[in-house]
Design a protein around this ligand. Structure first.
Ligand SMILES: NCCC[C@H](NC(=O)CCC(=O)O)C(=O)O
Length: 444
């Protein structure tokens, strides 16, 4: 049975702020300590979800995390009441308070790696939450992420959930941001796992300036867990030189969908090898490798505009749309390229621009905000229906954001105990709207 793709977007949490936590992510560093707008951020995300649902695509919602994470602050030695924990963390280690308060779980492309049942040995959809060990603020996400995924995809006859990989740099795993699935019209798929370095091979190519967050060892472990045979997988190294230019995940430099792989000339260490392997493992498929030359769009423009952090979605057979951030229209080389792209004879037939600026300023474009889950009809029927976007849910969530979110937030505001109370009240209500049960530590 042919799979249908659903996109599960992360709802932006009430503590969305710019703390400059992600070394190697240019936008995060550039906007450090600037004023954020949590309400606007959440509404921008909801508008994108609504727009994709209105295109006839299956759109889901994943709940944010409870932040500030006072449990982790307590593990780090801050004691007393919640207000005292926040206050002492702010005075002694504001960086830790910011890390424990980040709304970074909004970027659900990093929530997990998902393999559809068409690829796995047991025919179930497999999920492995990403350990995100490279960044402390993200390494504290996976436990609750796993709980949320289990509550959205609960039926064990259809869904199989694994634990995050062991929390060590050798197994640095960033989830679906380094994973793309191509498939042909018969539904035969190939999962591309893109890694930044090999942990167990000293001297192998690796970036020098910025960290490679994903290791080959992590990608291989996820493929083993998911029961993916060799013929359903390709392990491809990202070009270390682009990681050093701010491409901290492969989805900043490449995006794939169906029979199309859209990528920058410098994305991979061995582009020809990649193409040959994909052709070999997806025979009888009319593949489109759409390669953007550096002369047309320099890497710096790709990083600034997030041309490749677009969502490539199939609207009807042979007709795909590129869901692009408005920054693409505002970057001359990219805007000109997109005009040429639409005149080429490829399945990409239209571009739709979306404003997700609040997320972009922390290095998250349209593709970072979504986790793709391809499912057959029986699996789709088993998804928690309260998490699927429609006009009613959009109305309820918009109203919920309007009532609970602040207009403005600065990292200095994270010490405010009222923010913690507001966030908990908001999330408590959200778990009822999305029928998630008690997924947060403060509810247990
Ligand atoms: N896939 C996009 C992820 C963006 C995310 N940014 C952040 O966490 C920035 C948070 C801050 O700096 O406040 C990251 O780098 O993992």
């Amino acid at each position: 049975m042919i799979e249908q793709e659903a996109n599960f977007d992360g709802l932006v949490g009430p503590t969305h702020n710019y703390a400059g936590l992600s070394w190697g992510n240019v936008a995060s560093n550039r906007h450090a300590k600037s004023m954020s707008h949590p309400r606007e951020a959440a509404l921008q995300g909801l508008s994108k979800m609504k727009a994709l649902a209105d295109m006839g695509l299956v759109q889901g919602v994943l709940a944010p995390q409870a932040r500030p994470d006072t449990d982790t602050l307590r593990r780090l030695g801050f004691a007393g009441t919640d207000a005292q924990v926040l206050d002492s963390a702010f005075r002694e280690a504001p960086h830790l308070l910011a890390a424990c308060s980040s709304a970074s779980a909004m970027w659900t492309a990093n929530a997990a790696t998902v393999s559809p049942g068409a690829d796995t040995l047991d025919g179930r959809v497999h999920f492995t939450p990403a350990n995100l060990v490279n960044k402390f603020h993200r390494s504290i996400e996976h436990e609750v992420t796993g709980r949320i995924l289990r509550s959205v995809f609960a039926d064990e006859a259809h869904f199989c959930h694994h634990q995050a990989l062991p929390a060590h740099d050798d197994f640095g795993d960033e989830g679906a941001a380094n994973h793309t699935r191509l498939h042909n019209e018969q539904g035969h798929g190939l999962e591309l796992f893109v890694y930044g370095r090999r942990a167990h091979q000293p001297g192998a190519p690796a970036p020098r300036r910025f960290p490679a967050r994903q290791t080959l060892e992590a990608s291989r472990a996820v493929a083993r867990l998911h029961g993916l045979s060799e013929c359903k997988t390709a392990f491809i190294q990202q070009n270390p030189a682009v990681i050093d230019q701010g491409v901290f995940h492969n989805d900043v430099i490449a995006v794939g969908n169906g029979n199309v792989l859209f990528y920058h000339q410098q994305a991979f260490l061995d582009t020809q090898g990649m193409q040959a392997e994909v052709r070999r493992k997806l025979p009888d498929t009319e593949l489109h490798f759409i390669e953007v030359k550096n002369d047309e769009v320099p890497v710096a423009d790709a990083v600034k505009s997030y041309l490749f952090n677009t969502q490539l979605v199939t609207l009807k057979p042979g007709h795909m749309a590129l869901i692009a951030p408005t920054e693409c229209a505002g970057t001359p080389s990219v805007n000109a390229y997109l005009e040429r792209l639409l005149a080429m004879n490829t399945p990409i037939r239209e571009v739709r621009f979306m404003d997700v600026k609040q997320s972009m300023q922390n290095g998250g474009g349209p593709a970072c905000l979504r986790l793709r889950v391809a499912m057959n009809q029986a699996q789709l029927n088993a998804v928690n229906p309260a998490c699927l976007m429609n006009d009613r849910l959009y109305g309820r969530l918009t109203d919920w954001v309007q009532r609970h979110y602040r207009d403005r937030l600065h990292p200095n505001d994270l010490r405010d105990p009222a923010l913690l109370e507001e966030s908990r009240a908001a999330l408590d209500e959200l778990t009822q709207i999305l029928e998630l049960g008690s997924v947060y530590p403060f509810q247990r």
